[in-house]
Design a protein around this ligand. Structure first.
Ligand code: ZN
Length: 293
């Protein structure tokens, strides 16, 4: 039996088509044009190639008409896409911006610590891929951008019926776990200065920009440290002309030297991404922002 993502639908017998494309329409089987996904206003859109690397890879493996499950939305800064104690209703594929995955470390309002950064080569709501249990974290938009989203139920149905899509998404979940493990180790072992350099490089990779629109307060909360400590660390690396820090903004001036000043965790995360890209699809999806930093 052929897998439904091997690009050979036209050669598949009818039984296999039913297995892999359970809701396919007769017109699609006859080769009619795809119906594009629709946004909240009902306007049809189709994700341009490169909008989200992971979504590109997923659409390569999913049945053609699955694109109709997608909805174009806008992520707004401060919006929580995943709330603690609830099962995500949607899985979101950003086409830009940055989303932080936050875990609460205590009762204080500022006790959330960032354990993962999500950009336009990732998805938000990975816990929904594994079932309907409530999430133990929040996912909050830090820099807004357009995105595509799909209902959690629809993507779980895809995983049940399409082995290539399931394999891709489970590999992505594994990659996310490895990244979280690495960041946990980084937070407990490495100096604030090195962690700060790592964080700035990761933010650069997600935003694909040398200009990072973050305050000292924000960076301190993401790293789980006091603002004054971040200000001191920023001044140190600014004194070495690696960055320029102004109100609400950090500019990366010399990324090569910033990489040398960072701990090895950013490179380890990039290595994990490459190792887990068993067939290259995630590696293609992640390029170029996930090359070793
Ligand atoms: Zn580290």
């Amino acid at each position: 039996m052929r897998a439904c993502g091997d690009g050979s639908h036209s050669e598949m017998n009818e039984t296999n088509i039913r297995l892999c494309i359970p809701e396919v329409s007769a017109t699609l089987l006859n080769g009619a044009a795809l119906v594009a996904p629709r946004d909240v206003q009902g306007v049809a859109h189709r994700p341009p190639p490169g909008s989200n690397g992971l979504l590109d890879a997923l659409l390569r493996g999913a049945p053609q008409n699955w694109v109709e499950e997608l909805e174009a939305v806008t992520m707004t800064a401060g919006e929580a896409l995943v709330q603690t104690g609830t099962s995500p209703a949607y899985v979101t594929f950003p086409t830009g911006g940055l989303v932080s995955v936050l875990v609460r470390s205590g009762p204080a309002a500022n006790a959330e610590v960032e354990v993962a950064m999500v950009g336009r080569h990732d998805l938000v709501g990975a816990s929904a891929l594994l079932g309907t249990d409530p999430a133990s974290h929040r996912a909050v938009v830090q820099v807004g951008a357009p995105a595509y989203r799909v209902s959690a139920a629809a993507i779980r149905r895809l995983m049940e019926t399409c082995p290539p899509a399931r394999a891709l998404l489970l590999r992505y979940v594994r990659m996310g776990l490895e990244e979280a493990y690495q960041i946990a180790a980084c937070n407990s072992r490495h100096s604030l200065e090195k962690r700060l350099c790592r964080w700035l490089l990761q933010a650069h990779q997600r935003l694909e920009s040398d200009t990072l629109p973050f305050t000292h307060d924000h960076i301190a909360q993401m790293l789980g440290v006091r603002r004054a400590s971040v200000t001191v660390a920023l001044h140190i690396i600014e004194g070495e002309r690696l960055i320029r820090s102004t109100r609400g903004r950090v500019d990366l001036l010399d990324r090569t030297r910033l990489q040398n000043a960072a701990c090895d965790c950013c490179g380890a995360i990039a290595h994990n991404r490459r190792v887990l890209s068993l067939d290259g699809s995630l590696e293609r999806a992640a390029a170029p922002s996930c090359t070793p930093c």
